[in-house]
Write a protein that binds this ligand. Structure first.
Ligand code: DGL
Length: 264
């Protein structure tokens, strides 16, 4: 196991694109990734139950992985549990929340869409975020949790027709609402960025939080990884699943630099 990795967690594969964004800023960092498949999908869980699950899971993971910092690469988990996790554990947690602030900067029509899980859309956290950073904009939220399963089951590569079938209505509602910027408020949606941009058309900019989150991880990590990593074989980055390993998961993990896939 690499020493003091960045511990990244999502309900599934949604956090992997965030690992790439962090790697590109911090090539010397090491990662442990946890896909909580046994708890998937987070967007359909009761919030108190999800908070409890995450507090228990992190108690185990922190003891085992000794991370330098934690990237909670899931909007649903962040809006529901980030505060409780920061209170419980004396480690830096970087959360992933919908990129409402960049969208407010970008929007000319002052009309913004947020596409997320039903849980994220309902949470007070998102409403506070909107008040704080997009108070002068009309923000139209749209739940689209069905995409999460589609992405997870296809290892990030669903057929374009299936995507259209699944999100056509949600996209149509946001277009009708006249938004010119749409925030991807669920990490799984990043896999569909190009397809979603095509569906929204050139009048709408699809925005995600990878860049801002990666910069925040870099700031919080400080110079922790500046000396580089040892390069020993045991230092290979590991991806853990709380569910079952599969060939599909292994090949996706390898694409994101995780040479080992293990059941937790
Ligand atoms: N990827 C997670 C998010 O960012 C949620 C997916 C789920 O419902 O498990 O919201």
């Amino acid at each position: 196991m690499a020493e003091h990795p960045i511990l990244v967690l999502d309900s599934g594969i949604g956090g992997l694109p965030y690992v790439s964004a962090v790697r590109s800023l911090m090539p010397a960092a090491s990662f442990s990734y946890v896909a909580d498949h046994a708890g998937f999908p987070y967007g359909e869980r009761d919030p108190a139950d999800l908070r409890h699950r995450l507090l228990q899971l992190f108690a185990l993971l922190i003891e085992r992985e000794r991370p330098a910092l934690i990237l909670l690469a899931c909007n649903t988990a962040s809006v529901v549990a980030l505060e409780a996790l920061r209170e419980r554990f004396a480690l830096p947690f970087v959360g992933v929340v919908p990129a409402v602030k960049p969208a407010a900067h970008h929007s000319r029509t002052r009309r913004i869409g947020v596409l997320a899980t039903a849980r994220t859309v309902e949470e007070r956290y998102l409403h506070d975020l909107v008040q704080q950073f997009a108070g002068e904009c009309v923000v139209v939220t749209q739940a689209a949790g069905e995409i999460v399963r589609l992405v997870e089951e296809s290892y990030g590569a669903p057929a374009p027709q299936a995507v259209r079938r699944c999100v056509g209505e949600a996209v149509g509602r946001l277009v009708e609402a006249g938004v010119d910027s749409v925030v991807l408020g669920c990490t799984h949606f990043i896999y569909l960025l190009e397809e979603l941009q095509r569906l929204f058309g050139p009048g709408v900019t699809v925005i995600d939080s990878r860049e801002g989150v990666a910069r925040q991880v870099q700031r919080v990590a400080g110079n922790h990884y500046s000396a580089g990593r040892g390069g020993l074989a045991e230092d290979a980055d590991s991806l853990y699943t709380t569910g079952r390993c599969s060939a599909g998961l292994e090949s996706l993990a390898a694409r994101f630099g995780f040479d080992k896939v293990l059941e937790l």
